[in-house]
Design a protein around this ligand. Structure first.
Ligand code: 3YE
Length: 203
């Protein structure tokens, strides 16, 4: 099995979806969650990992330069013999050097149909733009933010009376479907990032 580390900053609902998928015997997953790292202490996501016996680490970013923080994370990933990194509600931009080290082996889930609504507050952006279809994207991480090659997307309808919160809740249900699926495609070699930064499928 590929050893996966999940980076979090908060409640860890996407982490839970990854844990549930990889632990379910019927899925025969090619991935196992081997480590969870949070940059924020005492978040609910750490408890989700502890509950099922997955090792956790807290690496606070406060007082560290970006490159220093990223180096500490990288060292722990190497020490734990990690193959694949998943960003699941992890709220830090990663340095070029870190991204290069994990190129083709690091996934992020973004709550919008990229390339629309990159960055923070994507649901607010979608409501302000008046789109009737929103959704989420799992992509390889590159040097930009939310710019990497797309692996999977799922569309979600926007309802007339939606708030940021109600829309976020609906999109999260889709995130919890496509993130484990994309991880499985990567871990099993059914998808990879080519040398031009494009997604290639081998189904
Ligand atoms: N890094 C790179 N490429 C990506 N990180 C994430 C995705 C992604 C990535 O595609 N290179 C929010 C960033 C957006 C932000 O401005 N964070 C601040 C710190 C804020 C805080 O600590 O509360 C910062 O300086 O990084 C993951 C999603 C990033 C979310």
């Amino acid at each position: 099995k590929k050893r996966v580390a999940v980076l979090i900053s908060g409640s860890g609902t996407n982490l839970q979806a990854l844990i549930d998928f990889t632990l379910a015997k019927t899925n025969n997953s090619s991935a196992e969650i081997a480590l969870v790292i949070s940059n924020i202490p005492d978040v609910e996501g750490l408890k989700r990992a502890e509950r099922v016996g997955i090792p956790t680490l807290v690496i606070p970013h406060k007082g560290l330069k970006r490159a220093e923080f990223d180096k500490l994370v990288h060292q722990e990933l190497v020490k734990a013999e990690i193959d694949i990194v998943c960003l699941a509600g992890f709220m830090r931009i990663l340095s070029d050097e870190f991204v290069e080290s994990w190129k083709g082996r690091m996934l992020n889930v973004h709550p919008a149909l990229l390339p629309s609504f990159k960055g923070m507050h994507s649901h607010k952006q979608a409501l302000e733009a008046g789109v009737r279809i929103h959704g989420c994207t799992v992509h390889f991480v590159d040097n930009g933010v939310d710019t990497g090659a797309i692996i999977l997307q799922e569309a979600v309808p926007v309802f007339m009376n939606d708030t940021e919160e109600s829309l976020q809740e609906r999109v999260k249900l889709s995130e919890h479907k496509i993130f484990p699926q994309a991880l499985e495609y990567l871990a099993s070699g059914k998808v990879y990032l080519d040398s031009n930064g494009k997604t290639v499928w081998n189904l």
